[in-house]
Design a protein around this ligand. Structure first.
Ligand code: ADP
Length: 656
């Protein structure tokens, strides 16, 4: 994906207005006390660090050269010693005292600034994750997970760096420039003018740099997202990559993305290479000019238009303070870096947060309450949109087209038909993973768009073809969704009993019990240590525990061996008793007893009825049944015999 091919975030990103001030408004205000404490401590520490050069200059003139009064700015003369040895001791004490003050307040500032930055980052990360989870399914179909990861990780960290370093460094810079300028002007405004001529040059140079670097940062952020997407895709699909021998292809893909990132980073760094030494040169120039002009002044009197006198002590103060200029000014490039980074990052964060969510609770959504399980599809049509941004009404073509049916509580409706006919999609609509484009779906008489998502989804159990297990123990996976603080004590004996009961009902107890640590066995990421059939039974146990009034079974019996299939089928039959059940199955024998069978083709229901009705009707269903039962007319007898054998083997035969 190139940067020109906009991803969905870009659109909202471009609309984010003044992202950093929004960051402060929305997240900074709660932690403002840390920021203020950090800023104050920072200012005190920096001001204290200006004291030694001033004291040194005064001491040189008054104590060592003896040609000046011992006076200090801000301190009344009455407080100061008059005798030379005492003045020396007082100066030494002041110098030690200010270093100590700097140290103590630098510590306070570190603690406060880090607290501020990390607390804000934590809140931003948590909020964007929360928002990300609520995004519509269409958003995830678009495979933007790399982008999202990068928002949650990189962007949140960029904000942290900015809120901590950049903010405090610019405060330090401000204090140093203003403080040093004030001291310089106080002691000799003419030489101060000479020293500070470099400052406007630095400002101009910095403005140029910011303008040049900003678009490159924006580009860099988007390239990082592409790189993450490439990495993430290759990792999630590692099995496919290995089996298709596409390691080199994937390496190329990552290499390309990484090279783009490298190029973009270098284009930023090239500017940095220029900026940093440039700033240091300008700061050094200020130092050199001060040294030369001050030196001439001391040896030959005020040069050019200048008239004031310059003492050795003041000259020393100037030289020391001018040097202190250099370090914070050279930081400007970092501050600009971090500022640009943070601006782009907060744009991305808010870009994510601003993506509108279509499938969310209506303002006056009601709780479904106790669900009987009456489900009605009323002329339902639906089509996928190309991108999550499109209006669903603009879907190119319907994959579910004018489907109507009703299911009474406890009934079983089976969906059959060729792959791609729209069966899964039809059932996903019931869970509001997508919203219908036309028509409506009712549960117990409520349009599902008028009820809360939580009450809808907790009353519908979903066992999909793709069983996902979280990293954690088997017991945790079975009781997933029932957490402490709701109405369960997760450690309670009672819940444990119910987990075991559920596992028994799902025919999973035997294999779980045989594991070394039983229910406390940890399953690796994606449940890799369990077979497909075992994972499916854990998912079924989870649904048993959920105890929903309505059940959606999406091809739950595919891809397992015969014995497992029988176990699964038995547990599903048990599970679907008393519940309104919608089942998609490729193996027609498993849905023979369904109350209604809907035969779908190209998004529409082409036949409906009981198994017997449909066989009698001799349409598509009868043909599919014939194929599966091995009764294909017109084929040579031995062919039919083989097919029948195969079918019998698969359905009821061997145990291995
Ligand atoms: P079935 O379950 O009958 O195999 P599906 O409901 O999975 O059919 O798919 C119906 C059609 O919708 C297919 O053409 C499929 O390619 C398309 N489709 C399924 N899921 C998506 C999706 N997330 N985005 C876009 N198109 C999809």
């Amino acid at each position: 994906m190139t940067a020109e091919e906009e991803n969905v975030f870009d659109v909202y990103r471009d609309q984010v207005d003044r992202p950093l001030s929004r960051l402060f408004r929305e997240y900074g205000t709660d932690e403002l006390h840390w920021l203020v404490l950090g800023m104050v401590a920072n200012v005190v520490a920096r001001v204290a660090s200006l004291v030694p050069p001033v004291v040194l200059g005064v001491a040189v003139d008054a104590v060592f050269a003896g040609d000046g009064a011992y006076t200090l700015p801000l301190l009344p003369d009455a407080w100061l010693p008059t005798e030379s040895a005492a003045q020396f001791r007082f100066s030494a004490a002041l110098i030690v005292g200010s270093f100590l003050t700097t140290a103590v307040f630098t510590w306070v500032y570190g603690v406060a600034a880090n607290n501020f930055a990390h607390r804000v980052m934590h809140a931003v990360r948590t909020d964007s994750f929360e928002k990300m989870q609520r995004l519509d399914m269409t958003f995830f179909d678009d495979k933007q997970t790399g982008e999202v990861m990068s928002v949650l990780n990189n962007d949140a960290s960029n904000l942290e760096v900015f809120l901590d370093n950049a903010l405090q460094n610019s405060a330090r810079l401000g204090v140093m420039i203003l403080g040093i300028a004030a001291v310089l002007f106080y002691y000799n405004h003419e030489l101060a003018l000479v020293t500070l001529t470099a400052v406007p040059l630095m400002v101009l140079f910095t403005l140029w740099f910011m303008r040049a670097v900003e678009p490159r940062y924006v580009e860099q952020r988007s390239v990082v997202g592409d790189l993450n997407t490439a990495l993430e895709n290759a990792l999630s699909g590692v099995e496919l990559v290995k089996t298709s021998n596409t390691e080199d292809h994937e390496t190329d893909r990552v290499a390309n993305a990484s090279y783009d990132y490298f190029r973009q980073t270098m284009s930023i760094l090239r500017l940095n290479y220029l900026y940093r030494p440039g700033m240091e040169f300008l700061a050094g120039l200020a130092f050199a000019v001060t040294f030369v002009v001050g030196g001439v002044w001391l040896s030959a009197g005020p040069p050019g238009p200048f008239t004031s006198t310059l003492t050795v002590g003041t000259f020393i103060t100037f030289v020391f303070l001018t040097q202190q200029f250099v370090a914070p000014l050279a930081e400007v490039s970092n501050i600009v870096d971090q500022y640009e980074n943070a601006k782009a990052s907060s744009e991305r964060v808010f870009g994510l947060m601003d993506v509108p969510v279509r499938i969310a609770d209506d303002e006056d959504a009601v709780d479904l309450g106790e669900v009987a399980g009456r489900v009605a599809y009323d002329d339902v049509s639906f089509g996928y949109t190309e991108t999550p941004l499109e209006d669903p009404a603009d879907a190119d073509e319907y994959v579910v087209d004018g489907v109507s049916f009703e299911a009474e509580p406890g009934e079983t409706v089976a969906l059959v038909g060729p792959t791609g006919a729209g069966k899964s999609t039809l059932l996903k609509l019931l869970l509001r993973l997508y919203d219908v484009t036309e028509g409506e779906i009712r549960v117990d008489g409520h349009d599902i768009r008028d009820v809360t998502l939580e009450s809808l989804r907790s009353s519908v159990g979903y066992v999909s073809q793709d069983t996902y297990l979280f990293d954690g123990t088997i017991a945790e996976n079975i009781r997933y969704g029932r957490f402490a603080g709701v109405d369960h004590d997760v450690e309670s004996e009672e819940l444990r009993e119910r987990v075991i009961e559920a596992a028994k009902a799902a025919e999973a107890h035997a294999f779980i019990d045989a594991l070394p640590e039983g229910y406390d066995t940890r399953i690796g990421e994606r449940g890799v240590k369990l077979s497909g059939g075992q994972r499916q039974r854990i998912a079924i146990a989870r649904t048993v525990l959920q105890d929903p009034a309505i059940l959606v079974l999406d091809e739950a019996t595919s891809a397992v061996d015969t014995e497992t299939e029988m176990l699964i089928q038995r547990s599903l039959d048990r599970l679907s008793e008393e519940r309104t059940t919608f089942a998609i199955a490729h193996r027609l024998s498993t849905i023979r007893d369904a109350d209604t069978i809907l035969v779908m083709e190209d998004g529409a229901v082409v036949e409906r009825g009981t198994h017997e009705d449909l066989i009698d009707a001799d349409g598509l269903y009868a043909k599919l049944w014939g194929v599966q039962a091995g009764e294909i007319e017109g084929l040579p007898e031995e062919f039919v015999e083989k097919a029948r054998e195969r079918h019998v083997d698969r359905g009821y035969g061997n145990d291995d």
